[in-house]
Design a protein around this ligand. Structure first.
Ligand code: NA7
Length: 563
């Protein structure tokens, strides 16, 4: 039997969240091990290496805020980072902060069980490794479980079947490529593939609104300006809702006349960025149907302007509101002017089944394909957790606790799962992810620090998660986002109970909430005293602790080896 490795904290996942958490806990003096199922660090950015994979947060904000020197010196030369750039950056951070020896690659958590008596988590891994940890911090990723839709005959396809989240080394230049899915991933991969492949066909169920990204090289002057203003930039980011670095205005759409409105939309279109388009021109695009329709009308007019074939233009125009995660692209609508690019409007002619040679449509016709790409998204957020056997207090599994849909307190903790935390768990802030991740890691670290000062464990109260859920629901009242079905509400997974997946109060409000929680002594948590002697970790002295009649203050209990 494999030996049990003792450590203070086990961090699961070496993406942006897990790496920062590992650093923070190490700085607290805890013995930390980070495990990662992939053969490399990077999380989402290790897996999603499809052509065109790009962050749609501007480069200066798609990074950690806390390494001030690195912010100013690390090179980037375009407004947006492609997947290889981000992977390189993450590796750079791991080396710069000497984290490699703390991370065990190719190691997947398979089961985690809370042992009440010992007040520890026992974690079993795919490698046979077993860890015993006081704290378990899951950084499993928001978008880490690819979603394979239940399309009849998929297994019969005889060409290449590729999910964008597991892109192989492949030459598609002579291929007829079909793509199912035109969300953020689908439009990126199609835009990149169009000039590279023999034929590209989009099998589109719901057309999406997209605006230009504004990708392009940055000038030396721009970088200099960013460097000189980083403190102010981040100051504004932490006080904003979306943390995308774009202005968030309150001006109502209908407060200006049609000409001025169009001028404002045009300016945003030229500047680029989906979040800018949604939040920087007017303040009510996500709350007023009338305002939202104006944005729709404008994007429709752009599609008509760009796409020469009226039938294709019509297929590309959404009829629903502009109420999904805002998208941006590097010339998506333009690819439909290419002779090798076509579109099948599944609203008119749906997929009957996948056959060995391609896709058979409802009208009986078969579109022959050499490669079928599934850009069909993810079982987002809770999907990452439900595939692991996590068992908390009284033997209750996370699956049981979440049977009516995932529920957390402030995204980081779930009642009945003491000393277990989630980075970017369900109901976290809907904001630029690196910033949201940092806020959550900072909060988790405060929770752990508090637990280290005299508690055996810290665990969200049931009423806290119910109240948080209630708040998340209330925040979506009046939002036009509720009119569309998407992964944001968990409505993309067949058979899954939909539940709000995000906190829409804004990042600033989330940070303020967690700050209040810390400052008022963690009222949303139960703090249960320790009944083990393992209180002092690596020489960090704790406060007075009365446990089982043993005065712990000053008793230095050696942390156990963790290698
Ligand atoms: P999304 O945004 O969930 O998009 C998935 C796409 O796949 C979407 O267009 C779906 O159409 C389509 N889809 C899913 N199942 C089917 C079936 N059965 N038939 C046809 N089409 C289907 O995933 P992404 O990977 O693009 O983006 C997820 C996030 O990753 C993104 O927001 C970024 O933050 C990064 P539907 O709209 O459901 O009709």
């Amino acid at each position: 039997m494999m030996a049990k490795t003792q450590c203070d904290a086990l961090v699961v996942g070496a993406g942006l969240g897990g790496i920062y958490q590992t650093l923070k806990l190490r700085a607290l003096g805890l013995r930390v091990v980070c495990i990662e199922l992939a053969p490399e660090v990077g999380g989402t950015w290790y897996w999603n290496r499809y052509p065109g994979a790009m962050s749609d947060t501007e480069s200066y904000l798609y990074r950690y805020s806390w390494d001030k020197e690195d912010l100013r010196t690390y090179p980037w030369d375009k407004h947006y980072l492609y997947q290889p750039d981000i992977l390189k950056y993450i590796n750079h951070i791991v080396d710069r902060h000497d984290l490699r020896s703390t991370i065990r690659l190719n190691t997947a958590m398979e089961a985690a069980t809370w042992h009440e008596q010992e007040q520890r988590w026992i974690i079993e891994c795919s490698t046979g490794d077993v860890f015993s940890a006081k704290y378990l911090v899951n950084a499993l990723g928001i978008l880490s479980k690819p979603y394979f839709p239940n399309i009849p005959g998929l297994q019969n396809f005889q060409g290449n079947l590729i999910h964008t989240a597991a892109w192989p080394e492949v030459d598609l230049s002579q291929h007829r490529v079909g793509v199912i899915g035109n969300g953020s991933t689908g439009i990126q991969v199609m835009t990149a593939l169009a000039p590279e492949v023999k034929k590209l066909i989009s099998f589109q169920r719901s057309p999406q609104y997209s605006v230009p990204s504004g990708q392009g090289p940055v000038t030396k002057e721009y970088r200099k300006w960013v460097n000189e203003n980083y403190d102010d930039i981040y100051d504004r980011v932490w006080k904003s809702n979306t943390a995308f670095g774009v202005p968030e205005v309150s001006r109502p759409t209908m407060s200006v006349g049609p000409d001025e409105r169009r001028e404002i939309f045009e300016k945003l279109w030229d500047q680029g960025n989906g979040f800018r388009f949604m939040f920087s021109g007017f303040g009510d695009i996500t709350t007023s149907v009338e305002a939202n329709r104006e944005a729709c009308k404008f994007i429709h007019s752009k599609i008509d302007e760009i796409v020469k074939d009226p039938a294709k233009a019509s297929a590309l125009k959404p009829t629903e509101l502009y109420a999904r995660r805002p998208l941006c692209d590097a010339g998506y609508y333009q690819i439909f002017n290419r002779p090798n690019v076509d579109i099948v409007d599944l609203r008119e002619n749906s997929i009957q089944e996948v056959v060995p040679e391609g896709i058979m449509l409802q009208d009986g016709s078969v579109v022959e394909l050499d490669t079928l790409v599934l850009a069909t998204g993810f079982d987002a957020l809770d999907g990452s957790y439900l595939r692991v056997a996590i068992k908390g207090q009284e033997g209750q599994t996370l699956q049981e606790h979440w049977q009516d849909g995932a529920i957390t307190y402030a995204s980081v903790s779930s009642a009945g799962f003491p000393n277990m935390f989630m980075i970017s768990g369900p109901q976290g802030p809907f904001a630029n992810f690196p910033c949201a991740i940092e806020s959550e890691v900072n909060f988790i670290t405060e929770c752990i620090e508090r637990a280290e000062r005299g508690s055996g464990y810290i665990s969200a109260k049931r009423e806290s998660e119910l109240q948080w859920m209630d708040q998340c629901n209330r925040l979506t009242e009046g939002s036009v986002f509720k009119s569309t079905k998407s992964w944001i509400f968990g409505e993309n997974i067949e058979g899954r109970q939909p539940r709000i997946k995000f906190y829409f109060g804004g990042l600033a409000a989330y940070i303020a909430h967690t700050r209040r929680e810390v400052d008022t002594g963690f009222p949303s948590f139960d703090l249960v005293p320790s009944h083990s002697k393992d209180v002092l970790i690596n020489g960090i002295k704790t406060n007075d602790i009365e446990t089982n009649g043993v005065k712990m203050n000053g008793i230095e209990v050696k942390a156990q080896d963790c290698n």
